[in-house]
Design a protein around this ligand. Sequence first.
Ligand SMILES: [Zn+2]
Length: 82
Amino acid sequence: MRAQRCYLITRCENCKIPFYFKALQKTKRCPNCNKLLILSKLNILYKADSAEEALRIVLKLKQPDESIGIIEASKIIRDEEF
Ligand SMILES: [Zn+2]
């Protein structure tokens, strides 16, 4: 498994918009408010194996109704690991 192929989903610390970035990336400008973000200082919400999956999660996070579904899915994963 290669960590550098992994995508991480987080929120801008300034405007709270969700976005994704490659795991090895250090900084990123927020696509919404243009703030330069230090990615290691942000809380990671989700992990994705591909850019497509990451984008799907970001789009869901932008829709409050469907974000509940993602939270439930992550709980199921945690239960399986346990
Ligand atoms: Zn922002």
